[in-house]
Design a protein around this ligand. Structure first.
Ligand code: HEM
Length: 342
């Protein structure tokens, strides 16, 4: 039987290790990005104004004189994150159980070993696979709508564009995937190891669980708030949030609510009127006489009204005495008496 000669002079390639390093690096950046992203999105819990402020700041609006932002800045950020997302996914599929056989082996080992970190790795694969699809949809929408991020437009996307189921599943996937990933990075590269590795592993696991619960909680609450705002805004879906208008309305409401501090002259006048009641009667009389001409006319008209009715009554009386009328009900007298017919 021919002996198989393994040429161990072939230098083992460092590429897989480098790919692992690249996967860890892109995972670290995306994981930390997701924590920041979720805190920024959760600013909606502090009100529409806060979310709008965050969205405008992300557009670098503080750099422009007009306060208008630069959607191209968001476009660039999404483009970078989307590229990292795709590179990370491409590096991740190397570790996926790609055949059914491989999948059953992993499942049986998990059942046999009951090793929590192995189970965590399996759920990272499942959530990563789901994010291939749902994360790409979200990122593509953000890439093509960089200037359409505000309290109303985001809520309209969640409610009127029915994105909420996608966001809900994506939220669970990204928070589970991201926090497991950061925990495994610490385990893999020995970060925060401390003197007692077993103790620090337990501690890191506790931090991981709490971070998952925290980000799932604020993410679901934020999604609920987006949903409610979107529902209320559904009749005006697509109408952007106009913070200047809101500020003006709020300012108007505030001024209306506050007792208007009277001008110094007005205060003096009010005071004067309080002082001399006698004067007021005088003022009232003058006023009566200064009654506006219209009122005078109206007064006369009403006064005139009885006269007219008296006249009409007189005319009627005169008609009744001779009692003549032709076929059309027009009084004869009149008929005869008009000068032009003669
Ligand atoms: C720079 C890239 C990104 C930007 C600018 C961005 C922006 C946003 C914005 C504005 C929202 C609010 C809803 C909306 O307007 O439609 C949102 C929600 C969300 N994003 Fe992103 N996103 C980015 C990347 C990602 C990535 C890579 C993931 C995960 C793979 C992700 C997962 C989510 C989830 C789960 C929500 C729902 C949050 C909630 O629970 O309310 N995002 N994102």
């Amino acid at each position: 039987m021919e002996r198989l000669i393994v040429d161990d002079r072939i230098k083992k390639s460092r590429t897989p290790a480098r790919l692992d390093l690249a996967q860890s690096g892109t995972g670290l950046v995306l994981g930390l990005f997701m924590w920041v992203h979720m805190l920024l999105v959760a600013s909606i819990l502090l009100g529409k104004g806060s979310f709008n402020f965050v969205a405008r700041t992300m557009e670098l609006s503080f750099l422009s004189d007009t306060g208008h932002g630069y959607p191209s800045a968001v476009f660039m950020a999404v483009f970078c994150v989307f590229s990292l997302f795709i590179i990370h996914a491409a590096l991740g599929v190397r570790k996926f159980p790609i055949s059914w056989k491989q999948h059953t082996i992993i499942r049986s080992q998990m059942g046999m070993m009951k090793h929590s970190d192995t189970n965590l790795w399996y759920w990272q694969v499942v959530t990563g696979f789901i994010m291939f699809f749902l994360g790409s949809v979200h990122l593509f929408i953000m890439l093509t709508n960089p200037g359409r991020i505000d309290p109303y437009l985001s809520s309209d996307r969640v409610f009127s564009a029915s994105m909420w189921p996608l966001y809900l599943i994506l939220l669970v996937c990204v928070e589970v995937h991201g926090t497991i990933g950061l925990y495994r990075l610490c385990m893999k590269w020995g970060w925060f190891g401390g003197k007692d590795p077993v103790k620090s592993r337990e501690k890191l696991k506790m931090i991981k669980n709490r971070a998952t619960i925290f980000f799932l909680a604020i993410g679901s609450l934020a999604l609920l708030v987006f949903f409610i705002i979107g529902w209320r805004h559904s009749d005006r879906a697509g109408e952007p949030y106009n913070h200047r208008l809101v500020e003006r309305v709020e300012a108007a409401v505030i001024t209306e609510a506050e007792p208007v501090a009277a001008e110094p002259e007005e205060a003096a006048e009010a005071e004067a009127s309080e002082e001399a009641p006698g004067e007021t009667e005088e003022a009232a009389e003058v006023e009566a006489s200064e009654e506006s001409p219209v009122e005078a006319v109206e007064a006369t008209e009403t006064e005139a009204a009885p006269l007219e009715t008296a006249e009409a009554a007189a005319a009627e009386a005169s008609e009744e005495t001779p009692a003549h009328s032709d076929a059309h009900g027009e009084p004869e007298a009149n008929h005869h008496t008009t000068p032009d017919e003669e």
